[in-house]
Design a binder for this molecule. Sequence first.
Ligand code: HEM
Length: 502
Amino acid sequence: MLLQMAQVALIPILALFVFVLVARRVLLQTRTSVVATVQLPPLVQSRLWWIGSTLRFIYDPSAFFQHNSEIYGSIYRFCLGGRYMTVVSDPAAIVKIHSLPPAVLIPFEYQQIHRICGLAERVRFISDVFHNRIIPISASLLAKHRMSPISTAFSTHLLACFDSLRVPQHATVQYQLPDLMGECMYRASTLAFFGPSFPADTWADFAALDEDMSFLLRGIPLLDIRAKRARERICRAMQAYIRDTWQEDGDGYLAGTSEAMSAMLLEALGSGMTEAESARLMVSVLWGMNGSMIQVTQWCLAYIVADKALLEHVSDTVRLAVERHFADISCLPAADPRYLDQPDFAILQSIVDEVLRLSTLTTAFREVVESFEITGYDGRPYIVPKGDLVALDVRSIHINPVFFTEPHVFKADRFLSTEGQERSYGRRKLIPWGGGKHMCKGRHFAEWAVKTFLIMFLCSFDVETSSHPTSPASLSRTGTSILRLDCSCPMNLRRRVSCTQH
Ligand code: HEM
């Protein structure tokens, strides 16, 4: 009886649901036909009404984008659960989109920070504070000429981590690359930003969160359980750290932390966030600054070590440059971070750029507030209508032979001139840091930190391996912003007496 009543009650609810879907579809079609005269981008064909290409997109966004860009060109649209998403993979069109003001285009769902850090309430308010008040602080404190305190702390902690590894001078020890460098990078960056009382032993939880982050972001139930549990443990550790470190003097500050972290937390608490909310927001900052940087460093090292000639060339170049400018590696932490801009280190910049080209995934999504026009590389203008979502598909640019010759091949010197200097070739087509208002605020630090890691590593150890990473260009589904390294890449290490030992 009870069951029958429930079934009867369900009928009007289902009818209402179907009505809402149909009405939404009709509205979307009406809105679309108004602008259709100006020509919309070609539409990806799908037999599934309303659902459109949602399942293929969620299953493997990179493969989906790449496949469609080959069929439909550099600008096209697809249906995504009753909405439409315009995908753009033309460098000039992306530059134009980056320059559009928030009255035309806004970040989609505030870049999903609530999913990253598990915020359930006041998401809009917290996202607003984050974007409008906290991110601008990080931008100013991470400018290249102001990075010194953080860069000194980072390289000091990194060197200490390498020193603590049990690697003798007269025998080799085998390490798996992700274990070896993930933890050292995490320790160095968290201790540099959050100060010495930060619980850097959260590394194991961070690694689990990072590995399963794509399930969290795509909202895939069950598969996201491990990430959720790890995230909750990190949130608790972060909240305890804030409580223990916060000092009430003046406006308040975090004792022993970088100016950037103290200022960001002060802004969060000052704007009315609770301690628990601020701690969660800081966990999303923690993930944002470490996740991609660790993956990029792993790819760089895996590629360098896999090629004996490249390993020898990069090691010799770096060790000579350190000898010429600093006498020894122990002098590096005190150096102005801009030392890395010298031509002696150009090969490292080229390697970082090449890894970013091959491993960056498409992560920038926007929502169109006002219709606008763009032109693809076929020279055809298209209208992107109000209400659409937009994906800035940089990955399809990075592995397109029109822009990069032999795009699936890792070429350490791709971004070097024949004289071995850094060159501007391909720069405008290499878009790993986003652009415009939302361009990565930590890009100078990230580039510097990856290169510093490589220098300190090659100065501290002699290394050899027999494993080769799969080209990231042939991977697609693993990772959120940067593809995950697909090998454990075991390597044998022997400690060097000094960087300049011959
Ligand atoms: C290799 C490492 C990194 C990569 C590849 C990377 C990439 C990016 C990209 C593509 C965006 C723009 C997203 C969009 O347009 O929606 C972004 C934004 C951002 N990144 Fe990074 N990032 C890295 C490291 C870092 C680090 C180390 C920090 C801080 C220390 C940082 C802080 C930020 C912030 C605050 C934003 C938001 C900017 C805004 O919305 O105004 N990133 N990052």
